[in-house]
Design a protein around this ligand. Sequence first.
Ligand code: ASP
Length: 330
Amino acid sequence: MTMGRAPARLVLLGTGGTIASTAGRASQLTDYAVTEGIEAMLAAVPGAEALGAIRCEQVFNVDSRRFSTARVLRLARRIDTLLRDPAVDGVVVTHGTDTLEETAFFLHLTIRHPKPVVLVGAMRPGSALSADGPLNLYNALLVARDPLSRDCGILVAMNDSILAARHIAKGHTTRVDAFRAEGPGTLGGISDGTVRILQRPALPATAAFPLKGLRGLPAVDILYDHQDAGEHLYQAAIEAGAAGIVVAGLGNGSLSPAAIRGCARARRHGIQCVRASRVPHGEVTAKATDARDGILASHGLNPQQARTLLRLALATGLDTDAIRMALKDA
Ligand code: ASP
């Protein structure tokens, strides 16, 4: 707790999402638009002014389905710059929940700093009955100003839980408890204004991929496998110039015959292929045939995480063996 300490100096970065949205009626919980700027969102949180000296910055203001590589890189660079500023103690980022996990994992791979970085969103627009945004934002600020949150990597504060960016995935389309993380992913919670960190993540001292020098990221497509799949999407990815393909495979990353043929064809074009799984829980384990087929297992990463890692790995020039190790160690 910060009682008796100098007020925390926090920067609140707004990027949009449901937390910044309003709808026509209080009972309307879906189908709304981004309308609110970050200053107005903070002003709508009673008691926030007592949590520290909070500076707002609107990085952009969009639904998270509109996040592009350029936007993610811009946001990551801004966070990195702020963390290096001795006059900043922590950063909170408001974000749409639909792709929050992708940004969170990107930041997890590219930023390593002792100061807290907390992503937060909402499942209901600000105009809704029982809107969850104001309390989520209040809690995120509590987490960001608390020294207990230092050295925990990139955090997500949603629905009273403190979650590790490495382990989150949206698990429900509409409920306020849409984000849960199993095992090592739930680091703690916020209860009646008290931050509790129950376990700390094991993080390497440096980020896996430096932001410096990253100009863009190569295209990596995710192809969803299923019974009676066709090969045409692999051909489309090849023709579109993909540098990598992640297959959201079946079960333990097993692939339909078309996916195997599609990956083999992609490999002949120098495209790196990764087997992940459409199953939400569990590892995709490596198999003896992977080396023959030139396919890598995603291990503990889901398809969208594997895509993010593969893009960064290809952008930094890692070879297949190094990418295999990066997937295994992530
Ligand atoms: N469509 C919204 C977004 O991701 C959903 C949300 O924030 O909950 O921006």
